[in-house]
Design a protein around this ligand. Structure first.
Ligand SMILES: Nc1nc2c(ncn2[C@@H]2O[C@H](COP(=O)(O)OP(=O)(O)OP(=O)(O)O)[C@@H](O)[C@H]2O)c(=O)[nH]1
Ligand SMILES: [Mg+2]
Length: 301
């Protein structure tokens, strides 16, 4: 840790509509995969911490589920977790996807939830996809709706404009001792991250309602003496027909999901991984309190 007299440490939440690029930014800032990413909306289901040092500050990023008008129990809990994160953080980063044509509409509810007396940054993301003039126009119309403390124009995907954010956070977070080890990147247990990685592959390979109907849990984890790891995971679906889709013809789909997940896990853990996936049907998993407990979500939102 830096040995200046004053260290800083605090929470910076990233809030935005689904698919804005929040998890991509968290991963890019911490320099590793702590939160899963997909081209579909509502990928992130719970709060995920990404921790990194910058200058004398320990920055604790809170990645949050996208905010939208929720209907189902799980959706309500996800949106509730995002809005709560704003209340609990020292700095809020409101991220918008500048390529989204309905940007102003989609962000109305979020803007009304932004903090009144704590710094909030406007993060215009995906600037790699839009002309500069349009960007300034968008920025001006958002500034008319909320008094942002700072504005950043970035590409989380191309890692452009990120150092400026870190510099600002290192200045704005409160003075205090670091809360986590210097090299800790997240608080998510490896078992849960491993389940999330498999969920990411399902999000990337399957369509329509299937990604939203599944849950992945790590059931068994065994470390072998030779350094290899054996992991068994259960993919829970809501209907027998979804089980068929996930398994694929002759089990080809689940095999591919398993291969992709294993490759990522081997990369992250730096060892050989033996991954076994099982699929089971449980119609009401989205209504069971245990589900929410396991995900760290509040069912009563
Ligand atoms: N072109 C471009 N695409 C980006 C950028 N940042 C993120 N994306 C893409 O946007 C999509 C959504 O990214 P995520 O990081 O999963 O978005 P999110 O805001 O976490 O989404 P939810 O968890 O569903 O709320 C992915 O396909 C990313 O690759 C960017 O700067 N430029
Ligand atoms: Mg996300």
């Amino acid at each position: 840790m830096a040995d200046q007299q004053e260290t800083r440490c605090g929470f910076a939440s990233i809030i935005g509509a689904p698919n804005a690029g929040k998890s991509t930014l968290v991963n890019a800032l911490v320099g590793g995969k702590v939160s899963i990413v997909s081209s579909k909306v509502q990928t992130t289901r719970t709060r995920v911490l990404g921790i990194l040092p910058h200058e004398n500050a320990q920055i604790i990023l809170i990645d949050t589920p996208g905010v939208f008008q929720p209907k189902k129990t799980l959706e309500k809990a996800m949106v509730g977790a995002a809005l709560d994160a704003v209340k609990e953080s020292d700095v809020t980063m409101h991220m918008v996807d500048v390529t989204d044509r309905n940007l102003l509409d989609k962000n109305k509810m979020i803007i009304s939830s932004l903090p009144k007396n704590k710094p909030c940054y406007l993060i215009l993301n995906k600037v790699d996809k839009i002309a500069k003039e349009k960007l300034l126009e968008l920025s001006a119309s958002l500034h008319q709706q909320y008094d942002y403390a700072r504005t950043f124009m970035i590409s989380a995907l191309k890692k452009k404009g990120l150092t400026e954010i870190l510099k600002a956070l290192a200045e704005d977070l409160p003075a205090g001792d670091w809360m986590y080890d210097e090299d800790q990147m997240t608080t998510m247990p490896m078992r849960m991250l491993a389940a999330e990685i498999t969920r990411e592959k399902i999000f990337n390979q399957l369509y329509q309602e299937v990604p939203y109907s599944i849950m992945v849990e790590t059931e068994e984890w065994e470390n072998f003496d030779n350094g290899d790891v054996k992991i068994s995971q259960i993919v829970t679906v809501q209907k027998a027909s979804q089980k068929g889709v996930i398994l694929g013809k002759g089990g080809s789909r689940i095999r591919q999901i398993g291969q992709e997940s294993r490759a990522d896990l081997e990369d992250i853990m730096g060892c050989k991984v033996h991954l076994k996936l099982f699929v089971r049907v449980q119609e009401n998993w989205q209504e069971r309190p245990e589900t929410y407990q396991a995900m760290g979500l509040d069912m009563s939102q």
